[in-house]
Design a protein around this ligand. Structure first.
Ligand SMILES: Cc1cc2nc3c(=O)[nH]c(=O)nc-3n(C[C@H](O)[C@H](O)[C@H](O)COP(=O)(O)OP(=O)(O)OC[C@H]3O[C@@H](n4cnc5c(N)ncnc54)[C@H](O)[C@@H]3O)c2cc1C
Ligand code: SF4
Length: 324
């Protein structure tokens, strides 16, 4: 299918990007941000929620800054994989898509990845044949195909790998927009709706993420389930970070992805496990708690029951370093 026409804007500074966005908002012109384009342009080719304007962030040098605790939104996944950040981020980056895609794909695009659903990530003809769905309804008022009889919530799945790893490292995400700059914990960035996806306001974009100095003291691991190890999106993912002491653990954080509309940090289960930490047997208990907390729906390749069971397995694997 042909990509529909759009006007491409290429600002070279953050201020210029913000002013461009503010001007388009004022003129009531729809637009999208694009970074590597590995997600957005694939959707555009299938005529999914296209916009007349696209603002590329690729020429803004400031967004490519990459240090041990600062990751610009335009840092490519290949650079992250081989860069100076926490080993957990490097490992997760190396599992995403394929070598070729990682050369174009960026950290900002990964964090803002559109949610996915097998009723939605299809060609226009295919979607027309089922009379569309709520997320891309072509003004028909179509219902959600996964949870019918409600025209309000989209439960499409967030299938990004980096967010849960940044969550367990206690990272902060930094945004810029017409109303100024703001920062928040990455755990507060995501919104429980497959259409809004996150708390970005119109005209706002991600400039960078930062991790605290204390994250240097954390060990961690990321485990994911996907159909094929290369190329396919995660069907379930578990990130964990911890700090070992002589008597057990002093910090434990666990986050999951690819099972719900948002990546999720499991603060209560991790804190409960810390109280009476007993090595391997506690990891089995916490893995079961995570399985109970996450409720996938039937809209990705593997069935929800299997993904839930695998969350338990992945959690145990991710936590192996806490007791071995
Ligand atoms: C075959 C294939 C396999 C894949 N496998 C995986 C996988 O295993 N794991 C995984 O996590 N992803 C996977 N992806 C998805 C995607 O390639 C990556 O998530 C990639 O990091 C997206 O980055 P990008 O720069 O290309 O995003 P883009 O396509 O440029 O943008 C993605 C979305 O984010 C928005 N956006 C981009 N940058 C910003 C910003 N700075 N601020 C605000 N919004 C922004 C865009 O408007 C768009 O909605 C796969 C994609 C393909 C095609
Ligand atoms: S979850 Fe429902 S509304 Fe969302 S993309 Fe899938 S079918 Fe469409």
């Amino acid at each position: 299918m042909k990509t529909p026409p759009f006007r491409l804007h290429r600002p070279t500074t953050i201020d210029e990007a913000v002013n461009l966005a503010a001007d388009l908002v004022k003129r009531k012109q729809g637009f999208d941000w694009v970074s590597g384009g590995t997600d957005l342009l694939a959707n555009y080719k299938w005529h999914i929620n296209t916009q007349p304007h696209v603002i590329s962030l690729a020429s803004i040098e400031e967004l490519t800054r990459h240090g041990a605790h600062h990751i610009g939104a335009m840092v490519r996944l290949h650079e992250l994989e081989h860069g100076p950040t926490h080993p957990l981020l490097r490992k997760a980056a190396g599992t995403i898509a394929s070598t070729l895609i990682r050369r174009s794909a960026t950290v900002g695009g990964n964090l803002c990845l559109d949610t996915r659903c097998f009723w939605f990530n299809q060609t226009e003809d295919w979607r027309r044949s089922i009379d569309w769905c709520h997320k891309c309804d072509c003004d028909t008022g179509a219902d959600c195909r996964v949870i019918p009889n409600q025209n309000t919530l989209c439960v499409a799945t967030y299938q990004g790998d980096l967010a849960p790893c940044l969550m367990v490292l206690d990272a902060t995400i930094h945004l810029a927009g017409p109303e100024g700059v703001r920062s928040m914990s990455i755990a507060d960035f995501y919104a429980l709706d497959g259409m809004t996806r996150n708390v970005l306001k119109t005209g706002e974009f991600v400039t960078h993420v930062s991790t605290p100095e204390e994250s240097n003291d954390l060990d961690g691991d990321y485990q994911k389930l996907s159909l094929r190890e290369s190329w396919d999106f995660p069907e379930a993912g578990v990130a964990a970070a911890w700090k070992r002491t002589d008597t057990g653990l002093s910090t434990l954080r666990i986050a999951t992805t690819a099972c719900e509309s948002i990546p999720r940090i499991h603060l209560e289960s991790a804190e409960a496990a810390l109280v009476d930490w007993n090595g391997e047997s506690t990891t089995i208990e916490v893995a079961e708690a995570i399985r109970r907390e996450v409720k996938p729906v039937n809209n990705t390749y593997f069935p929800p029951a299997y993904r839930r069971k695998m969350l338990r397995v992945l959690t145990k694997r991710a936590l192996k370093g806490t007791w071995m």
